[in-house]
Design a protein around this ligand. Structure first.
Ligand SMILES: C[S@@+](CC[C@H](N)C(=O)[O-])C[C@H]1O[C@@H](n2cnc3c(N)ncnc32)[C@H](O)[C@@H]1O
Length: 237
């Protein structure tokens, strides 16, 4: 009885939190429309994206796929980075059109759309949830991106990162063990590459921390870390 009572008392707070989160999402989205929708190809791609996800919430798709395919729960916690935060990251990191952007856990691929259309970068994403990759492939058929935009259904811990020069990872819910694995895999990137992480910085022996700041995400505010991969130390004689 006590358990049921506690659940009932929790309910109004959960509903309030949920509503608050919807307003927060709406606020972030209005900021995106105001700032970026004048760029017609980006707006068109985003409208197709919205149409594709109209009746399918990415949060639900991700949760179901995690249960069905027994994916690691800490990896597949879903969340989104607003474009306004991506622009701030790109400015702070000095992103250029020549950069090869790799998104490590790209969700629905909406971030890839932004880096491709707004900055003109070649983009590649890795994603574990098969539905996200399938929907992205259907968008590709409509928008004919060619080889400049790729999304792979693959664990990025096992991917070849050598062609990338700019990496973006939201690993806010990664377990300590997966964070270690991520840091080991990221140490393979080319020296001089930019690696941006959210919530957790990378080990100082491999990465020079260039800047950090708080920024908005779909779940609230989190710290962004911008690193440069260090040159390999010269072998001792
Ligand atoms: C928090 S969401 C972030 C989505 C997107 N990067 C953004 O910022 O809007 C993390 C996504 O990364 C995917 N993911 C996490 N670890 C992964 C891994 N090792 N390989 C491939 N995808 C991964 C999850 O399935 C999830 O869709």
């Amino acid at each position: 009885l006590l358990h049921v009572l506690r659940r009932l008392l929790e309910l109004p707070w959960l509903v309030l939190l949920n509503w608050g989160n919807h307003f927060w999402g709406l606020w972030l989205w209005l900021g995106e429309i105001r700032r970026y929708y004048w760029l017609w190809p980006l707006m068109q791609a985003d409208l197709y994206w919205m149409q594709a996800y109209g009746l399918k919430s990415p949060f639900t798709l991700s949760r179901r796929a995690t249960a069905r395919a027994e994916l690691p729960e800490d990896l597949t916690v879903y969340g989104e980075t607003p474009w306004t935060t991506l622009e701030r990251i790109a400015q702070a990191a000095g992103l250029k059109a020549q950069d090869q952007v790799f998104e490590l856990g790209c969700g629905t691929g909406r971030t890839l759309l932004f880096f491709y259309y707004w900055y003109g970068c070649q983009v590649r994403g890795y994603e574990l949830v098969p539905e996200f990759v399938e929907i992205f492939a259907s968008l590709n058929q409509k928008l004919a991106w060619g080889q400049d935009v790729e999304m792979h259904q693959q664990n990025w811990f096992e991917a070849d990162l050598s062609p990338g020069s700019f990496f973006f990872l939201v690993g806010s819910c990664y377990s300590d063990q997966h964070l270690l694995q991520a840091a080991r895999q990221l140490a393979q990137v080319r020296p001089g590459s930019t690696v941006v992480t959210v919530s957790c910085p990378l080990p100082a022996e491999d990465f020079e921390l260039q800047s950090q700041f708080l920024a908005p995400f779909s779940w609230g505010r989190a710290t962004v870390y911008i690193h440069r991969r260090r040159q390999h130390a010269a072998p001792e004689k």
